[in-house]
Ligand binder design. Sequence first.
Ligand code: AMP
Ligand code: MG
Length: 413
Amino acid sequence: MSCANLAKGLLDLDVARARMIAAAEPVQGEALVALEQAFGRVLACDLAARLDMPGIDNSAMDGYALRLSELGEQGLPVVLRVPAGAAVSALPEGGCARIFTGAPVPEGADCVIPQERVTLDGEGRMHISGEAKPGANIRRRGEEYRAGDALLPAGATLNAAALAMLASQGFAEVPVLPQLKVALISTGDELIEPGEPASPGQVYNSNRVMLQALLEQQGCNVIDLGIIADTAEALHEAFVVSRDSADLVICTGGVSVGEEDHVRPVLDALGGLVFHGVAMKPGKPFAFGYLDDGSPEGVPLIGLPGNPVASLVGWQLLARPFVQGCQGRTVGPLQQFNVRAGFSRRGNLGRRELLRVVLDWQGGLPVAFLAGGQGSHMLRAASQAHGYLMMAADTDVEEGHEYPYLPAGQFVD
Ligand code: AMP
Ligand code: MG
């Protein structure tokens, strides 16, 4: 998108995202944790394989192991039985072995025939149907990787498959980076917590539970500072407390330019603003800066918008990659592909717009439809959307035309 289309004073979304990624400093330190406690944690160093994988030549099927050269019209007697866990044996000449998945292929055998293709005659000799190829259904020792080969790089997130792989290599513990400590502040005199009785005009705090969930899903240790009043003094105090207890401070609300919006002036007073305002809808009032704690840069602060959907989008596109960088994780590019719009809509002046959409796959190719109301306070559509249709500034959506689509699934890992 050309910057000429951007509303004045707002940073382009790609530029803001690149700045957030570049600003992220990985946490220092390392701890050994049990595999069972390592889900979602970030690997602190490169890990190499301890063992060949697989460790032995073994059968990929339940079936019969044999020497192909000995297979003839008369079949082969079954002279050996090899279950998984058996010691490696040798296949006597002129015979075949009953074998099971994962069992060591006896020395001398060069092929496993799946049991579905085998018949046994009255004398117990095995005959096969179809072709048999040398090496078929044998998983060779080290065919996946050898001891010493690279397994996982530093910065990898330990997902379930990664943990399973480490378990398969006999690792009981794994070196991980420390969890990022994130202080969470909700600002707004109108806010009350769910469970409390609401008077007219009061608003239940929906950002806190949302961001707590998103941060925890990211593997962060969340320090919740609750609801802070809309005064410069209260916010100043909350920023100082959180700066002294966390690696990162995230607050929501109070980040526009109204008289009740104290984030920017307090940040200016306590440290420094890096940028404020991004040309996106929702999510325009986004602020990033540092709270001075005497260290060279200070403690980073992210000010997310108060409107819940704006807060969510600001998190997904800007705060999340920063958090990942601070966690020592590698941040991938945004995943997007074109999909057809099933609706028309007027474009937005000067800001890129992320429309909450659902995909309909009934025609074979996906077609995007609005998931519901698109206001930045409208959580129902956001909670049901499959992703975003990303509209360039000043561009109308025309039914039947294609636009970039960002699947929401990429923001969950
Ligand atoms: P603000 O940015 O503080 O002006 O807030 C913008 C809008 O978001 C207002 O309607 C607020 O009531 C609403 N809002 C702010 N914080 C929250 C929150 N934590 N949960 C739900 N709504 C909020
Ligand atoms: Mg407010």
